[in-house]
Design a binder for this molecule. Structure first.
Ligand code: UT7
Length: 337
């Protein structure tokens, strides 16, 4: 027998959820007046009816702070109870300081540290896992994890291929040690494939193509996407990650109580759900009301699941995402409240 004792990691749980979307709506009827598109095309090809868009001057940190306040209130905590802040986003208020620093200050989370995590549409899942590590080692007892994006700040509203898809929104969760193994995070499978970088990206404004008159004229500060390539990769890899995750935990798709996927396209969600053999009522969809809010979609879908009575203490949940990078993520957990 070894003299060394192996310490079991502390299981992390999501103990509270808050979400926020800006009040202003951008409907398909609005978009019909802006670009050559139709409500029928958008509903049939993507499944979006409306999305929420910020007013000028409202940034990612503003949405993040509102969502965080709601999560804190739900748990009965104050901002100074938070030890670390992780913000998943591709639309930080600015390159630096990080959005986490701005959120810390606006929230008044004195004494907390934090950072931004760049994982595009997988950023929320990745941030949850990062938060879980701090809980797991015992380094922290309360981590604020946020997924927030103001996609309207990087969308070309003359490009019908992208402008109909995205919206603005945020969700925040508080992560804490689970009291026992009946709730909390169980397992995850993450993967990145940088060979897909060219299919969904924002080429301008970074160190490769610093902002200039030329980058602006070439619209390099906007989202560029090869939709079909992303679509095919998303269906294949999201399914593959979930299948592996289910298999290594001895589960079937029909065991999942709530499947909470990134909301990029209703057809991607349906194809994944069919292939995994999920029960239709377990598949959480709200893309029709919010569009693709990038890091915001999964916490917003958690909120929808709660409203629909599909998340209860002990519910078996699988979250899944594919995003720019490519980034792939799948997480299995038992809901804790
Ligand atoms: O969250 C990040 C991950 N992103 C994704 O997961 C996005 C994955 N991709 C998709 O969701 C889909 O590929 C899109 C929604 C982006 C596009 O749908 P699609 O069925 O793949 O359309 P397509 O790109 O093959 O275009 C089909 C046709 C084209 O016209 P032609 O060449 O056939 O005449 C497009 O020009 O639809 C046209 N089109 C539109 N028509 C009306 C493209 N956008 C629009 C539009 N309204 N908004």
């Amino acid at each position: 027998m070894s003299a060394q004792s192996i310490t079991k990691p502390i299981r992390a749980k999501i103990s509270a959820l808050g979400t926020y979307v800006p009040p202003r709506l951008l409907t398909n009827a609005d978009l019909e007046k802006m670009v050559d598109t139709s409500n029928e095309w958008i509903m049939a090809r993507v499944g979006i009816r409306e999305r929420h868009i910020v007013d000028k001057g409202v940034a990612t940190s503003d949405l993040a702070v509102e969502a965080a306040k709601r999560a804190l209130a739900q748990r009965g905590l104050t901002p100074t109870d938070i030890e670390a802040i992780i913000v998943g986003t591709v639309t930080p208020d600015m390159f630096f300081p990080s959005t986490a620093c701005l959120v810390q200050n606006k929230l008044g989370a004195k004494g907390a540290w934090g950072f931004d995590l760049s994982g595009a549409c997988s950023a929320f899942i990745y941030s949850v896992q990062a938060g879980a590590q701090f809980i797991g080692t015992g380094a922290h007892k309360r981590v604020l994890v946020i997924g927030a994006d103001v996609m309207s700040s990087i969308i070309d509203y003359t490009d019908r291929a992208t402008c109909v898809i995205f919206g603005d929104g945020a969700g925040a969760v508080i992560m804490e040690p689970a009291e026992d193994d009946s709730v909390g995070l169980i397992d995850f499978i993450h993967e990145v494939d940088g060979s897909g970088g060219e299919f969904l990206y924002m080429p301008g404004g970074g160190s490769l193509n610093p902002s200039s008159k030329e980058t602006l004229e070439k619209k390099m500060h906007y989202v560029h996407q090869d939709g079909q390539q992303v679509f095919k990769f998303a269906v294949r890899k999201q399914t593959e990650a979930c299948e592996k995750l289910l298999k290594r935990n001895g589960l079937a798709g029909s065991d999942i109580d709530a499947f909470i996927p990134h909301q990029a396209n209703l057809r991607i969600i349906s194809a994944t759900a069919d292939r995994l053999g999920l029960r239709p009522e377990a598949v959480i969809v709200n893309i029709d009301r919010f569009g693709n809010t990038t890091a915001g979609t999964i916490p917003l879908a958690m909120s929808t699941a709660i409203q629909e009575g599909k998340l209860k203490k002990g519910s078996l949940v699988m979250m899944a995402s594919v995003g720019a990078g490519f980034t792939v993520g799948a997480t299995l957990l038992r809901w804790a409240f």
